[in-house]
Design a protein around this ligand. Structure first.
Ligand SMILES: Nc1ncnc2c1ncn2[C@@H]1O[C@H](COP(=O)(O)OP(=O)(O)O)[C@@H](O)[C@H]1O
Ligand SMILES: [Mg+2]
Length: 223
């Protein structure tokens, strides 16, 4: 069985037209898939369905199946879905919860009851990897947009998820930060992690094994 199996996924927001219209795809373990689409084409909606945020967070018309790591996502509690698939949000402000960068990176590990010395080791290593060591005690809310994005990506990667969803990971990043994210995605792939990213600007999707195009609620192999 593929690590991600999406079959006939359709979704419409309340009283709206179909945003996703019978989407099907699979992803194999360790593969990096990129979904490209214009603004409003349903990229964030698809990410939310993969992680289980939709259909549970809003009154939507939803049909089809989403299976990740042998788990039926719509039928499984969100905290359990999170053990199979993790998401980095498009807008970092929707994700940042702590008042210091190092606490933000430690937050998820603390919830998983990882021992404190192991948390310290992983947080220090991840801050070094993402060039965040000098801002360990900085308030994430006061960082630049690009720095916030790096903090949210680092705080998700530190959990070591099997599947990670990145909603426009490169948006708002300068060239150096994009390079950091690209290298992080490459390391993830080396570790066998499956990556699903949505990107508006495909010039930044050099890490993709496969690119699919989202248009009019459907997936296409060509732009
Ligand atoms: N919570 C919502 N309620 C109603 N409509 C929404 C909601 N979120 C997104 N939409 C609509 O669904 C469509 C797809 O949005 P979205 O998934 O955010 O696209 P993208 O991420 O590609 O820009 C857009 O027309 C948007 O206006
Ligand atoms: Mg979006």
């Amino acid at each position: 069985m593929s690590i991600i199996e999406v079959r006939d996924l359709s979704l419409a927001y309340e009283d709206g037209p179909a945003v996703l219209d019978g989407i099907s795809f699979t992803a194999e373990e360790g593969e990096a898939l990129v979904f490209a689409g214009l603004s409003g084409s349903g990229k964030t909606t698809l990410c939310s369905c993969l992680c289980g945020i939709l259909p549970r967070s809003e009154p939507v018309a939803f049909s089809g199946s989403v299976t990740v790591d042998c788990t039926d996502i719509p039928g499984t509690p969100l905290y359990e879905c999170a053990q199979h698939i993790a998401m980095v949000f498009q807008n970092p402000d929707d994700q940042l919860v702590c008042s210091a960068v190092e606490d933000e990176l430690a937050f998820g590990l603390e919830n998983l009851c990882v021992p404190p010395d192991e948390i310290r080791r992983r947080v220090d290593a991840m801050m070094a990897e993402f060039g965040l060591s000098g801002m360990a005690e900085s308030d994430p809310a006061k960082l630049s947009g690009g720095q916030k994005k790096l903090v949210t990506i680092a705080s998700t990667l530190i959990l070591g998820p099997k599947v990670i969803v990145l909603d426009e990971p490169m948006t708002g990043l300068d060239a150096d930060s994009r390079e950091l994210v690209l290298r992080a995605v490459e390391r993830l792939k080396e570790r066998g992690c499956t990556v699903v990213a949505v990107e508006h600007d495909l010039s930044l999707a050099s890490y993709a094994d496969r690119i699919l195009y989202l248009r009019d609620g459907k997936l296409n192999d060509n732009p």
